[in-house]
Design a protein around this ligand. Structure first.
Ligand SMILES: Cc1cc2nc3c(=O)[nH]c(=O)nc-3n(C[C@H](O)[C@H](O)[C@H](O)COP(=O)(O)OP(=O)(O)OC[C@H]3O[C@@H](n4cnc5c(N)ncnc54)[C@H](O)[C@@H]3O)c2cc1C
Length: 457
């Protein structure tokens, strides 16, 4: 079999550009074509909320690689504003529409990487989503529109969706001087997070005068005479708003994969093996459009994050040119900031652990971030989850200030290594008064939780 030489990548952000760059690096003679329907590539969407917070910063600061550099320095055949409309697996071609020229092009491939990402959910059956002042936040253009819209006339905002992007935006819009209400359909914000972490986030929101309407479903949006949003109507009442951010989740962008007959996983994202290969031998997939192997659940999961997109993209890029790289998988590490509070998690919460067949035990402790007597310490809250019978560590949530979120990284390492609570108790973690107590908060939590482990066998 000859090695593939014509590589096509669909999607030019985290996964797509990682794949394309890696393919060229591994095989400089390969012709790598990247088709991106938008006008920007390789930007850090994760930085958008923080960028929007600062009116002085240019949104383009988030662009890591310009199209010119991608072409000149990485040797990629980058085609912007090219919407791929079909993948013809029998002929080994993708069909794309050049949205500027209005022409259709067919591009043959030996190896194809789908890095089509995800799209923001438009809540179904809701009138008013197209009014001026209503924003989604997914790509750089969304960020640009939202930032441009934040002028002096805008005083009140509603954020629909109390997930992590909703929290970040509640913070950002408050910092920009707006009065903010968060509307969440579920009984509590941050669905899937433990009640202890949620309570901390709630108090932080209250301290900054963000109103939360949990258990309230969006019904419709009403506009003013100029066609700009004016009122958000929920089943629990109406809220005046001149800016609305809809952050009710995302779905994997799998339309091309589905139409081409590629296998989708249980989550609805593209099924891939640990080499990022799809159910078709000439097609790889990476990033938010694809599943990833979950190292605790030991099965595929869909947890769309930039960290995973970059790693999977790099692996897909290596393998599409004949490599045999393997993605070890994820443990579900994620974090965000809301005002001064850092919030991070890794692994499974109690409910998810029970659903996965474990018998979870948990503990929550609060401990100062710095040694007793050292100035500037703040409380760090740690919730640890483990299996009652084996003591296997299953997850953690950490909330606090002063670098608290980074304390999740040893947990991520422990989870990936399948450590037990007893192993965690013995970890040789750094101690010096400016950044920890002699008993780090994680060790204190492990000591606490070890008392609940009932070893059997
Ligand atoms: C506001 C916000 C904050 C975030 N914060 C974090 C964070 O703190 N940490 C973290 O890890 N992750 C975060 N994320 C998630 C992270 O940005 C994504 O996981 C990452 O962008 C996924 O990269 P991707 O390349 O898989 O997909 P995408 O970024 O979605 O890129 C896919 C690209 O494919 C293109 N495309 C799709 N279909 C076609 C087609 N048919 N033809 C041509 N082009 C196509 C799209 O235009 C898009 O540009 C955040 C995301 C957002 C929106």
């Amino acid at each position: 079999m000859t090695s593939p030489t014509r590589i096509v990548v669909v999607g030019g952000v985290a996964a797509g550009m990682s794949a394309a760059s890696q393919a060229r690096r591994r095989r400089p003679e390969a012709a790598v074509t990247v088709l991106e329907r938008g006008s920007s590539i390789s930007y850090g969407a994760c930085g958008m909320p923080y960028n929007i917070e600062d009116p002085q910063r240019d949104l383009d600061d988030l662009i890591v690689l310009t199209p010119e550099k991608a072409r000149d320095e990485r040797g990629l055949d980058l085609r912007l504003r090219h919407l791929v409309t079909a993948v013809d697996l029998d002929r080994g071609e993708v069909v794309a529409v050049d949205e500027d020229g209005g022409t259709e092009v067919r591009i043959p491939f030996d190896g194809l990487v789908l890095a089509t990402g995800a799209r923001a959910v438009r809540p179904p059956g809701i009138d008013g989503l197209d009014l001026a002042g209503v924003h989604f936040l997914r790509d750089l253009e969304d960020g640009r529109h939202l930032k441009q819209d934040l002028d002096d006339r805008v005083r009140r905002a509603v954020v629909v969706g109390g997930g992590y992007i909703g929290m970040e935006m509640a913070h950002v819009l408050t910092s920009r001087g707006l009065g903010v209400t968060v509307v969440e359909r579920e009984p509590e914000i941050l669905p899937g997070w433990g009640p202890e972490a949620v309570a901390e986030v709630r108090s932080e929101l209250t301290a900054h005068e963000v109103e939360v309407m949990a258990g309230s479903a969006l019904q419709y949006l009403k506009g003013d005479a100029d066609g700009r949003v004016a009122t958000v109507v929920t089943d629990a009442g109406s809220i005046e708003a001149d800016l609305v951010v809809i952050a009710v989740g995302i779905r994997p962008e799998v339309s091309l994969a589905k139409a081409a007959g590629l296998r989708l996983g249980e989550s609805g994202a593209i099924w891939v093996d640990q080499q990022q290969q799809t159910s078709h031998p000439a097609v790889w997939a990476a990033g938010d459009c694809a599943e990833a192997f979950h190292r605790i659940l030991r099965k595929p999961a869909w947890i769309p994050l930039g960290t995973t997109a970059n790693k999977q993209g790099r692996i897909a890029g290596a393998n599409v040119v004949g490599g045999r790289s393997r993605f070890a998988g994820i443990v579900g590490t994620a974090g965000f900031m809301v005002f001064d509070l850092e919030v991070a998690r890794s692994g499974l919460g109690v409910a998810a652990a029970a659903e996965a067949g474990f018998e979870p035990i948990s503990t929550t402790i609060r401990q100062r971030s710095r040694a007793h007597g050292y100035p500037g310490g703040t409380p760090v809250q740690v919730t640890l989850v483990a299996d009652r019978h084996t003591g296997l560590l299953l997850g953690a949530e950490i909330v606090g200030k002063d670098g608290a979120a980074l304390r999740i990284n040893p947990v991520a390492t422990a989870l990936a290594s399948h450590l037990t609570v007893a192993d965690l108790q013995q970890l040789d973690m750094v101690y010096a008064p400016p950044f920890a107590s002699v008993w780090d908060p994680l060790l204190v939590a492990a000591n606490q939780l070890s008392k609940k482990v009932e070893r059997t066998g």
